[in-house]
Design a binder for this molecule. Structure first.
Ligand code: PLP
Length: 212
């Protein structure tokens, strides 16, 4: 399936102007990205470093690239010069490396802290208690600006579980970023509920670009 422009337009209408749409284009070719770019989309998300670098070098310079995957510390320097927002910061070590590379590049890097909200073991992120320590440490890192939180709900049919996880994350956002935090939560399968629960940034792949 090619890029679904109709689904894109409908989604923009549904989201309104309070929820930012990040189009997650991982594994999809540059033509698919350009199709949405022509519709006016500028925020695109990728989760593999090399793929992001390849695409960035071939696509329009005014695209805002979001890194939504699990970032290894040794790859930070490769994307730091151009990436717009790093969503999945899941260790203090990674945050420190982003600070170091951002300082070198002469910029202040916007990031989101990933919070572990799902029950599954495999998901990365901080828990609520760890968040406290990281927020304190972040205050001493001048080249990073923690803008908010990101999370992924459990991959389950049980909507009550997903809703409770989203609600918990929103509670943490309100605690640490009262009034002005970015909350990156919601993917193709669960974004409507995420928005109901307070998301202001959704990361949508397959609904726009087709199955991977
Ligand atoms: C792939 C991916 C998405 C998009 O997933 P879809 O289910 O295709 O919408 C969102 N967030 C992250 C972190 C991803 O890796």
């Amino acid at each position: 399936m090619a890029t679904d422009r109709v689904a894109y337009r409908e989604m923009l209408k549904e989201l309104g102007d309070k929820v930012k749409l990040v189009a997650v284009s991982k594994t999809k070719p540059p033509e698919d990205i350009l199709a949405l770019y022509e519709e006016g989309q500028r925020d695109f998300g990728e989760n593999y470093v090399q793929e992001l670098i390849d695409k960035q070098s071939h696509l329009p310079a005014d695209i805002r690239w979001h890194f939504v995957g699990h970032l290894q510390s040794n790859k930070v320097k490769n994307i730091l010069p151009f990436v717009h927002l790093i969503h999945g910061v899941d260790s203090l070590r990674l945050l420190q490396e982003i600070n170091r590379q951002a300082a070198k590049a002469g910029r202040v890097m916007d990031v989101l802290l990933q919070v572990h909200i799902a029950r599954e073991e495999t998901k990365f992120g901080f828990d609520a208690a760890e968040l406290e320590g990281v927020m304190a440490a972040a205050g001493a890192l001048p080249a990073v600006r923690v803008r908010g939180l990101m999370g992924m709900a459990s991959n389950t049919e049980d909507v009550a579980v997903v809703r409770a996880e989203f609600r918990g994350l929103k509670g943490l956002l309100d605690r640490w970023f009262p009034g002005d935090g970015l909350l990156s939560m919601g993917m193709s399968a669960d974004y409507s509920m995420a928005v109901q629960e307070g998301s202001n940034m959704v990361r949508i792949g397959s609904l726009l670009f087709g199955q991977r």
